[in-house]
Design a protein around this ligand. Sequence first.
Ligand code: NAD
Length: 455
Amino acid sequence: MKKVGVIGTGYVGLTHGVILAEKGNSVICYDIDPEKISRLQRFDIPIYEPGIKELVKKNCEEKRLEFTSDMDYCISSSDIIFVCVNTPPKRYYEGVFRRADLSFVENVARTIAQTMKSYKVIVSKSTVPVMTGKKIYETISKFNNSLDFDVVSNPEFLREGSAVKDSLNPDRIVIGVMKDSSENLLERPLKIMKELYSNFNAKIVETDLWSAELDKLLSNTYLSLQISFINKAAELCSATGADVSKIAESMKLDKRIGPFAFLRAGIGYGGSCFPKDIENLGTLLNDYHIDPSLFEQVIKINKGQRDGFIKLMECGLWTLKGKSIAVLGLSFKPDTGDMREAPSIDIVRALCDEGAIVRVYDPEALSEAGNHFGNSVSYCKSVEEAVYGADAIALLTEWDEFKTMDLQNVKSLMKEPSHFFDGRNVFDPSFMSGIGFYYYSIGRPYIKPVREVVK
Ligand code: NAD
């Protein structure tokens, strides 16, 4: 059992803290936001993440997990400190890229330096550009060069919506440590981290600090690249009549590509990770005078998917002004209430700018949606309320609730003709046209709706 402190209890910190407690460690979670801590102390979980509430309650009751607003207590009671604070993109662009704002990480590094009295392993879990671990090390050493500590990079690979499952059963655990003067990985922090993860059934990748940081950025960038690849392919399919879904299914049968490849055409990626991580990588390439144009294209294609979706809607509806549009799904992916950089933000705003009457529904993201759309849209409590009297549906997030909705009933509540714009290629075009929808999806052939046969 290790004594672990977690600084920053958002999606990553909360999930990681709970999982380490569940694995038998003693965990103290701290956040700068006292409101968040007081909610967590009441088991009122600030994020939507399947399975997390039960684990928080269980581990608090079994005294392995606690939440505090006292950072000194968190640091002084822990031997291993995970830094899980946010690293959002800065506001200004360098070309198409934005740099990460590392002020939250720096802030934590300074506080740790001021507080620590005994040896600590300081672990960066936040996604950071290469060399941040070194900066943390230098910041703490500058403050007091007699302090005994090690800095480790242990990037997080969880996916929102399945964070608990992913963290309990990770594909890999990457541990990056500094090297000694003979270029060997430092043994002390490596041993401590391997002990911490000894009861996880996952391959441990031992590496240096910089490679661990870069591993995370490159992994997310590679996944973004696959998404933009299939979206560019979808454009060609739309222009020529091929079916991108069938092609993607076939490609995944190739073992070199594999069944889990991110080859699903749609309105593109969003969230707090993919957009930020590829932009971080881009700024790094620029810093080292390496041509970043491959990644510029990935970002441009991704943004183009949102504009393309609005064009698809104009193509089906002719003009958007005065049309009643039901938007189903706002979060950047299913099973989360997180709307950071979600495609829905640009799409809903564009619909409003065009003068459409927009009614939105999402199972978990409605409260966050208010911050983005204010009173420019109507917020609905159900699919039925959103689609009632609508000219069209725009499906933007593939929640199970939408995949399994009663489409006959949905259509009966809408105006005629009923248009369905599927931004996630959830439904089968023949099936949808059979119901009588004018159904449009991404990179798949358009099939005219089946009309009633006149006897
Ligand atoms: P988040 O915004 O949900 O949580 C960050 C938390 O840090 C917030 O609760 C904030 O109040 C707190 N915080 C900020 N400054 C603090 C300080 N000085 N002291 C204590 N707490 C402080 O962010 P997140 O989604 O959990 O992401 C955290 C990091 O993990 C980011 O670098 C992100 O890129 C990375 N990451 C996120 C995911 C994901 O799916 N969300 C996955 C992998 C990696």
